[in-house]
Design a protein around this ligand. Structure first.
Ligand code: NMX
Ligand code: MLT
Length: 435
């Protein structure tokens, strides 16, 4: 099949069978125990979700359908031989579990372009906000306006059967993914470039088109955007944005409603907004010392100052990872290849040497190593995307490629409304004294 829908349609029945069999034959198998620490500690380490697209190993990091980032770079079609994986390749892989051919990826790129028309009222909804509104606030507003065209909502009102829920979910998801770059670019141009809009280019792939609509046409930046979108797409199901989307979609809220909720979670500084915070922090270091070219002693002093004022070091630590995030590593490799002498990149490299021993010494930080957000800002900054308040919007566009496929599978597999049990503090105390 060259079209994604036909490919998916073939996969749905066999995966429905897998789920049915698991529940029927192994429904009582225990996956672990739930401790008080888990309940009070943000559910860390509690296996509670199924996510088809990817899984995060604490030491190895992300695997997209079993493939590491270097494997994806090697095996997934790029814009040219040896190029970074195209976001369309990642989307195909996440949804189907199969490595697409170049022909399949080209057909998907064409499909996404053909779905990218934005209704005028979505721009107007964004225009109703002051230009000063944070880009993530504008972005969520734009997504909510796109919801007006939800196919799922229409089909549900029309009485669609449960067994077919995944079909309009597919339509909504593909339309949403296709439309996000234009909405996101509109916000950038509105906020930072006097509202001069650049239309979609019919000859470009998803990542390149997004960069182009933002106003960047340097081939190196286009390539970085392809890599950026691909590596930010998915990070298994438990992260705040993905989990939120899955939860909000579980009572059959459509993909627009679910994704807008996910974006609101991504906009938190301990999650996606950390990419903005990292560049802001790096700039504050440069402002303090008057140059990015600082000594280890100066940097050590500044990190202590950050920690002593009760702040976290942004871009470091993780809820699951216990080693350097491979998404950091691949961005570092990109920087080493294309901008080895950039002073901000060199400062990021120095930070990576100095921060981990300091965090380790605190004795409480479970992972002192850098995550994806520690690196992305200096690359964007190098290519001229200097407005750090916009960075989480880029992350948000990318996250749709991971969240969207799972929403389709949630409906195809008949995943139920999510409703865990809670306890009162008194009950928890009682349970503890009894044991
Ligand atoms: N700087 C200072 N303290 C930290 C850091 C850090 N980078 N990371 C963890 N800690 C602290 C944490 O605040 C907590 O302190 P306390 O007990 O006083 O509340 C303690 O160490 C234990 O936290 P962990 O169990 O190591 O981390 P947890 O799983 O709770 O949180 C993060 C994970 C990512 C929220 C945390 O590491 C953090 O705040 N990092 C900085 C923000 C960041 O980079 N977030 C981006 C994550 C990736 N993403 O894109 O979403
Ligand atoms: C993500 O990409 O979602 C972040 O690394 C956070 C997470 O996995 O918890």
């Amino acid at each position: 099949n060259t079209d994604l829908y036909s490919e998916l349609k073939e996969l749905v029945p066999e995966n429905q069978e897998r789920v049915k069999k698991l529940r029927k034959e192994h429904g009582n198998v225990e996956l672990g125990k739930i401790t008080v620490d888990m309940v009070l500690g943000g559910m860390r380490g509690m296996t509670a979700l199924v996510w088809l697209g990817s899984a995060v190993d604490p030491d190895e990091g992300i695997r997209f359908r079993g493939m590491t980032i270097p494997e994806c770079q090697k095996k997934l079609p790029g814009a040219f031989p040896g190029g970074e994986p195209l976001p369309e390749s990642i989307l195909w892989l996440l949804l189907t579990g199969k490595i697409p051919s170049k022909e399949q990826v080209d057909s998907l790129a064409q499909e996404l372009r053909s779905r990218a028309t934005i209704p005028d009222y979505a721009y107007k909804a964004i225009d109703a906000l002051p230009v000063s509104a944070h880009p993530m606030t504008q972005f969520t507003t734009g997504v909510m306006a796109l919801q007006v065209q939800s196919e799922f909502q229409k089909a549900y009102e029309g009485g669609i059967a449960k067994t077919r829920y995944w079909e309009p979910t597919y339509e909504d998801t593909m339309n949403l993914i296709a439309r996000l770059p234009a909405i996101a670019a509109y916000i950038y141009r509105r906020k930072y470039k006097d509202g001069k809009i650049i239309p979609l280019d019919d000859s470009l792939d998803y990542g390149a088109n997004y960069a182009h609509m933002l106003g960047f046409d340097d081939p190196e930046m286009l390539e970085f955007m392809r890599l950026y979108v691909s590596i930010h797409s998915d990070h298994e199901g438990g992260n705040v944005s993905s989990h939120t989307a899955h939860l909000v979609a579980s009572p059959l809220s459509d993909p627009y409603l679910a994704f807008a909720a996910a974006l609101n979670g991504l906009a938190g500084p301990l999650h996606g907004l950390a990419n903005q915070e990292v560049l802001r922090w790096i700039r504050s270091i440069v402002a303090e010392f008057g140059t990015p070219n600082i000594s280890t002693e100066q940097l050590t002093e500044y990190i202590h100052k950050t920690l002593n004022s009760g702040q976290v070091v942004p871009g470091y630590g993780h809820g699951v990872l216990r080693k350097t995030d491979p998404r950091y590593t691949c961005q570092r490799e990109f920087a080493l290849k294309h901008l080895p002498n950039d002073p901000y990149f060199q400062l990021v490299s120095k930070i990576k040497e100095v921060v981990p021993p300091i965090l380790t010494k605190l004795g409480k930080v479970k992972n002192p190593w850098p995550n994806v957000d520690a690196h992305s800002g200096v690359l964007l900054n190098y290519y001229g995307l200097t407005e750090e308040n916009y960075y989480t919007v880029l992350f948000g566009v990318a996250r749709s490629l991971g969240v969207g496929p799972q929403l389709i599978w949630d409906r195809a597999l008949g995943m139920p409304l999510e409703r865990p049990k809670s306890v009162t503090l008194e009950k928890l105390e009682q349970l503890c004294t009894k044991s």
